[in-house]
Design a protein around this ligand. Structure first.
Ligand SMILES: *Cc1c(COP(=O)(O)O)cnc(C)c1O
Length: 225
């Protein structure tokens, strides 16, 4: 890690925090009520470390395998770090995921409720799981159907899984705000307070519409190659 890497990480972090503050202020919200998850997928430990040196402690990954290769060592170096899984999870990786992550943002089907509950029981470790909603009803995307949400929440709760809120990735190429508003409405209808929504291009809009967790990669680390 060079001084300039660290300087860039510090500057990017400060800039994103500033943008978050402005968005929160417009919405008359406290910026402390919005967690910044630095999405470190595809980034090496050397790219991640400057952000940790700058004081950041909450990260997100989208693949179990990749996270397993990077995070145990980084956790040893910075004991108080938290890592969330924000990508699709296969049921056969549920146990690895429960062991590795502090929260999951992609609970989206009954079979995964089962696999996660089983893994949590086996490891005697409970981690919160956001339920991902396929908010734009896109066939190729992860997330449960909007109409399946109440049943899925019910089954997660009866399996003893803590659900802090809902997560979405809106369709690309269209304005995301209506989808953020819809996710907020669904959360409210289901008595959930957490909203994992907003990425580099749209986290300010997400904050104005109630995001409690924004997932930001590119704006912190630069473009992925
Ligand atoms: C990659 C990713 C992000 C971050 O995207 P950026 O545009 O780089 O900020 C957020 N959420 C999920 C689910 C992702 O896969």
């Amino acid at each position: 890690m060079t001084d300039s890497d660290e300087k860039l990480a510090t500057e990017n972090l400060a800039m994103v925090r500033e943008q978050m503050s402005k968005a929160a202020k417009i919405a008359q919200r406290k910026v402390e009520d919005v967690r910044l998850i630095a999405i470190s997928k595809t980034r090496s430990a050397d790219e991640i470390r400057p952000l940790m040196e700058a004081g950041h402690r909450l990260f997100g990954e989208n693949r179990v395998q990749e996270a397993a290769g990077k995070w145990p060592a980084l956790r040893d170096a910075f004991g108080d770090v938290k890592v969330h899984l924000v990508g699709q999870l296969q049921s056969n990786k549920a146990e690895d995921a429960v062991e590795l992550f502090d929260a999951i943002h992609s609970l989206d089907r009954p079979s995964l409720v089962k696999a996660l509950a089983k893994a949590m029981d086996k490891l005697d470790r409970r981690i919160p799981c956001f339920v991902q909603v396929n908010i734009g009803e896109e066939p190729q995307k992860g997330g449960c159907e909007i109409s399946d949400l109440p049943d899925l929440l019910q089954s997660a709760r009866s399996a003893g899984i803590e659900v802090p809120g809902l997560m979405c990735v809106p369709p690309s190429g269209v304005h995301p705000a209506p989808y953020f508003a819809l996710l907020a409405k669904l959360a409210k209808e289901n008595d959930l307070s957490g909203l994992s929504m907003g990425m580099s291009g749209d986290f300010e809009s997400a904050i104005k519409l109630g995001a409690t967790h924004v997932r930001v990669g590119t704006a912190l680390f630069g473009a992925r190659t």
